[in-house]
Write a protein that binds this ligand. Structure first.
Ligand code: SF4
Length: 52
């Protein structure tokens, strides 16, 4: 959800799988982040902290 919500396309799927078989979300373009918080707002598990 955060990958789709990010207006700057900063977040993408990991290239690896975790033990449960999922790719996780990775902040790949940290310098492009504008700190809008959209990723934070859509995360149902409150996994994201926006500090910029
Ligand atoms: S806070 Fe940064 S990473 Fe999150 S949605 Fe906004 S631009 Fe993307």
């Amino acid at each position: 959800m955060c990958i789709k919500a990010c207006p700057k396309k900063c977040i993408s799927f990991s290239k690896q799988f975790n033990r449960a078989g999922y790719c996780w979300a990775v902040l790949e373009k940290e310098d492009t982040c504008i700190g809008c918080g959209f990723c934070y707002m859509v995360c149902p598990d409150v996994c994201i902290e926006v500090y910029k």
